[in-house]
Ligand binder design. Structure first.
Ligand code: 5GP
Length: 184
């Protein structure tokens, strides 16, 4: 159940969330990221690889701010059984394309510890792409736990749970046009 009231606090299942970034905030930032990527890869036919599920909204907006030829692919990742800190990831869907010599732009919704992206980039490197560029809409402060390079970041945020713009809480909230954070 999702409820909205005049103070803009929203309720998703048992939790309350308040606005963090509006649709307009996000649109402006995504435009800037699209412009930067166009400058870098506008004539290189890059392959955008979006990590499902959370990044699908961001990716769909980002590619439409990219000017030039590009291709788009989606991957679904799953963690190997194991501890949170060491578990690698495996690709359970996608990545059928030949990445050899391609400029790959990895699109992620949010980077927390960096575990997901770190392991995914290791998998990509084995496929000999010409380059790997990472783009995340949101970065939490713990992003240094795993060694990753984030080339483009939409917003740095505090370490609080967020929903909206593709991100969910227990399956709900992905369709919110803005990003909301857990109310303190
Ligand atoms: P990492 O592997 O970097 O620790 O975590 C990244 C993944 O954790 C994201 O792709 C996302 O699925 C999930 N995640 C981390 N923080 C949040 C959050 O605040 N909200 C939601 N909905 N998912 C999060």
């Amino acid at each position: 159940m999702m409820e909205q009231n005049s103070t803009e606090t929203i309720k998703i299942r048992d939790l309350f969330f308040v606005p963090l970034f509006t649709e307009a905030d996000i649109r402006a930032r995504v435009q800037a990221l699209g412009t930067a990527l166009t400058e870098q890869f506008g004539d290189k036919n890059p392959l955008f690889v979006s990590i499902l599920s959370g990044a699908f909204v961001f990716a769909s907006d980002l590619i439409r701010r990219f000017e030039g030829d590009c291709e788009v692919s989606f991957v679904k990742l799953a963690s190997y059984a194991g501890t949170q800190s060491t578990g690698a990831v495996q690709v359970v869907m996608g990545l059928e394309k030949d990445l050899h010599g391609r400029h790959v732009i990895v699109v992620e919704d949010i980077v927390d510890t960096g575990r997901t992206l770190h392991h995914f980039i290791e998998l990509l490197q084995d496929k000999s792409p010409a380059s790997i560029t990472t783009v995340t809409l949101l970065r939490k402060p713990d992003a240094v736990v795993f060694p990753i390079t984030l080339d483009h970041i939409g917003f740095d945020i505090t370490d609080r749970f967020v929903v909206g713009y593709g991100l969910d809480y227990d399956g709900l909230g992905r369709n919110l046009p803005g990003v909301y954070q857990l109310k303190s």
